[in-house]
Design a protein around this ligand. Structure first.
Ligand code: PAF
Length: 287
């Protein structure tokens, strides 16, 4: 694999690759790589002839300065892992802030209701920052395929919308959530959890699994109340939101419907660490 720090040299290399009509796959990350990221990269390796992995902690998507400052990073470890995973032709792009934001980005996006609910309402400006950096990377790299985790379901829906709104040619590929053995969804933020918080964090997946089992057996509102109650019962966890939505358009579900895109989405604070997760509420009778 080859490591690039500058847009210009990366673009030159990509141009040569495009002339050979090789399929380019992109995995965007903020570093502190884990099995969730590796699963995206492995899929990209299978489906694309050249893979580009970016590592950039994007300041504009952090509405909380402290959260940005404490976001985990270990570039040396990331590069070591990537070296064992990526092929000779693959690339890693590690720009600095000046490279990505030579000037403040004034682009303002409006995704309608998509960025006003759930993460959007708890992290004002977050999706604008995500859209700014994702559109920059997509414009620089111009991949054929770009891979995103379904853990950030709302982000995935918004990026699909961004691509549709701006007529970009890239195909957005959603990839399944990867979990720890006890069910906790993999996240770079998990390493910020204390031992106690980590132990309690398993309740997030337990709550989603209960929601899966109870979907369409009790009313939506009762399910929501029970799930929130289950988590808030813990002295360490607090629910920020728990919503049942259509995973394609993020519209809330008020009554159970026969639709395989029904998702339960949750955000929980464990001490100062925010955990988000979701589960598809497919019931046997829906499939
Ligand atoms: O999901 C993430 O890690 C980030 O939001 C992304 C897509 C890399 C943009 O900074």
């Amino acid at each position: 694999m080859k490591v690039f720090y500058k847009k210009k040299s990366l673009k030159n290399r990509l141009e040569a690759i495009r002339k050979k009509h090789l399929k380019i796959g992109l995995v965007l990350t903020m570093g502190a790589l884990h099995s969730g990221h590796y699963s995206l990269i492995e899929r990209a390796i299978i489906e694309s002839e050249v893979v580009v992995v970016t590592i950039f902690v994007n300041p504009t998507q952090f509405n909380d300065r402290e959260d940005f400052k404490k976001y985990p990073h270990d570039i040396e470890k990331d590069l070591m892992e990537l070296r064992s995973l990526l092929r000779k032709e693959d690339m890693v792009f590690i720009p600095d802030n000046k490279e990505m934001y030579p000037e403040p980005d004034l682009l303002v996006f409006d995704f309608g209701h998509l960025d006003k609910i759930m993460e959007g309402s708890h992290r004002p400006g977050h999706f604008n920052g995500v859209a700014q950096i994702v559109s920059k990377f997509l414009n620089i790299i111009k991949p054929d395929l770009a891979y995103f985790g379904e853990k950030d379901l709302q982000q995935l829906v918004i990026i699909r919308k961004l691509v549709e709104m701006t007529n970009m040619r890239v195909q957005i590929v959603g990839c399944p959530i990867i979990r720890e053995p006890d069910g906790l969804a993999m996240s770079s933020r998990n390493q910020l959890l204390s031992v106690e918080e980590r132990k309690e964090a398993v309740k997030v997946y337990q709550a989603l699994s209960q929601a899966f089992n109870l979907a369409d057996k009790i009313p939506v509102e009762t399910l929501k109340k029970n799930t929130i109650g289950f988590i808030n019962n813990s002295s360490i966890l607090t629910v920020e939101y728990f919503e049942i939505v259509n995973g394609e358009n993020l519209l809330p579900i008020k009554k159970w419907i026969k639709n395989k895109h029904v998702f339960a989405c949750i955000a929980v604070k464990a001490g100062n660490v925010r955990l988000i997760d979701n589960i598809r509420l497919i019931n046997k009778q829906y499939t």
